[in-house]
Design a protein around this ligand. Structure first.
Ligand SMILES: [Zn+2]
Length: 121
């Protein structure tokens, strides 16, 4: 298993920064959409069709993005504090392949599995 090491700080900071920008853009789009929708709520039904063909960020998506953004920010903090790449539950190093795919991952595969399947523990 490949592990994260401090020599990769810059690389992972970049990955996280890019993800942060993407998520911020998505959330901004959602906000603008909400403002726009509130503004022409009643007036124009004819617009509905065109609006639906646009890229619409729905509420669920926005919620996920907000949640992920929190994780990304937390991961960047861990990166600065040099405890990035460790599972927040068991302290084991997280597989580097997992980190590359999900740079904001805060748990190893088995702890993540436990969390997802035991929501109340
Ligand atoms: Zn773990």
């Amino acid at each position: 298993m490949k592990r994260y090491h401090s020599g990769l700080v810059a690389e992972y900071d970049q990955l996280l920064a890019r993800r942060e920008r993407e998520l911020c853009a998505l959330l901004r789009a959602r906000e603008e959409q909400a403002v726009g929708a509130a503004r022409d709520d009643i007036s124009d039904f004819k617009d509905v069709a065109t609006r639906e063909s646009q890229v619409v960020v729905d509420e669920v998506q926005a919620e996920h993005a907000a949640h992920e953004l929190e994780q990304v920010l937390a991961a960047r903090r861990r990166l600065q504090e040099l405890n990035y790449g460790m599972c927040q539950d068991c302290g084991a190093p997280i597989d580097l392949r997992r980190l590359s795919a999900m740079p904001a991952a805060s748990h190893c595969v088995s702890c993540q599995y436990m969390r997802e399947h035991q929501p109340y523990s």
